[in-house]
Design a protein around this ligand. Structure first.
Ligand SMILES: Nc1ncnc2c1ncn2[C@@H]1O[C@H](COP(=O)(O)OP(=O)(O)OP(=O)(O)O)[C@@H](O)[C@H]1O
Length: 319
């Protein structure tokens, strides 16, 4: 069953741009351009793209905040902009950069407000809250005012708030932005549980590890259009993505020479080695450790912007 359906959806904005010292011209920006796709119940889809690609505009239309300029849109059987109240009961939304929680109130009070707003039956509310508190480790935080929470604690609080009314679809906009490694891991583990339990997830992120760990499907959007729809290994193959091994040696050294890698930068005793993203880093790490005076190393994942740029470059090269 399809839970999200977009049929030739567009959204334009009219902006006034400065064209001379005194002149301003009205210009039309096509933020979403003839977009069609569907998401089936139970999927976890990564919705990614460079800055200004049209991701937020899509999410805002899917939450009913923005009305499309053209095309047809349905979420869990309703038209988002026309039936916002019905939609609100079916969706949950989490924006990493903003909170829906009440700043001066303890977490518990924000949840109580959500209970009344969505008219959640008491038994269901108690069960959902207990599950979120357990999975998100919120037990010690329920009586803390939101303004006193760390970013990671607040994000976990926001996730619980978005799920208390059992939404069928969860939209997440950069849910791990700014979080430390442990908080990221907790958030991802929780989202995996939520998705496995049946909630459909649409996830916008700049962090490819979120996609790798959560999403069986990834859609890349650019200039308001879908330019890739498939799995993550396929995207890496299309973009010939590379990961980078950052190696700190005991002292300056001529560029490391290992098959399947190329040195992209050397600065003092530090060297950056690019290798295909789909290759395992383990044998490389072992080879470096065996042959070079190794002090420290780390692996950097490819960034979304690079993967997309390479995908285009390849399309142009192939013609
Ligand atoms: N309210 C608005 N008025 C005018 N132009 C807008 C408005 N909202 C978005 N745009 C423009 O539409 C395009 C798509 O923007 P959108 O915010 O959807 O991109 P995005 O993919 O979410 O980017 P980011 O990753 O930076 O959040 C951009 O060119 C943006 O400047």
């Amino acid at each position: 069953m399809e839970l999200i359906e977009l049929d030739h959806v567009s959204r334009t904005f009219t902006v006034r741009a400065k064209t001379g010292r005194w002149r301003r011209e009205r210009r039309t920006v096509r933020a979403v351009d003839d977009l069609s796709f569907t998401v089936a119940a139970g999927e976890c889809v990564g919705y990614i793209g460079p800055n200004g690609a049209g991701k937020s505009t899509t999410i805002k239309m899917l939450t009913g905040i923005l009305v499309p300029s053209g095309g047809r849109l349905r979420v869990a059987g309703v038209d988002p902009a026309r039936e916002r109240t019905a939609l609100a009961r079916r969706i949950g939304v989490v924006f990493g950069q903003r909170t829906t929680l009440w700043w001066d109130l303890p977490l518990r009070d924000s949840y109580e407000l959500a209970r009344r707003l969505y008219r959640i039956p008491p038994a269901r509310y108690a069960a959902n809250l207990a599950r979120c508190v357990e999975l998100l480790h919120l037990g010690d935080l329920l009586d803390t005012p939101v303004r006193q929470l760390s970013l990671g604690q607040r994000m976990r609080g926001d996730l619980a708030a978005a799920l208390l009314h059992d939404p069928r679809v969860l939209y997440l906009d950069e849910p791990t932005i700014g979080l430390d490694v442990l908080s990221k891991a907790r958030v991802r583990e929780f989202l995996r549980e939520v998705n496995t339990a049946g909630t459909t997830v649409l996830l916008t992120t700049h962090d490819l590890t979120d996609i790798e760990q959560l999403c069986g499907r990834v859609m890349v959007i650019d200039h308001g259009r879908v330019v890739y729809d498939g799995d993550l290994p396929g995207l890496h193959a299309a973009g010939r993505s590379e990961r980078t091994l950052v190696v700190d040696l005991l002292r300056e050294h001529p560029p490391i020479d290992l098959p399947g890698t190329r040195v992209v930068k050397v600065a003092g005793a530090r060297q950056w080695l690019a290798f295909p993203a789909e290759d395992s880093a383990a044998p490389l790490v072992a080879a470096v450790a065996q042959r070079y005076p190794l002090v420290d190393l780390s692996v950097r994942e490819p960034v979304i912007e690079d993967v997309i740029a390479r995908m285009y470059a390849r399309e142009v090269a192939i013609g």
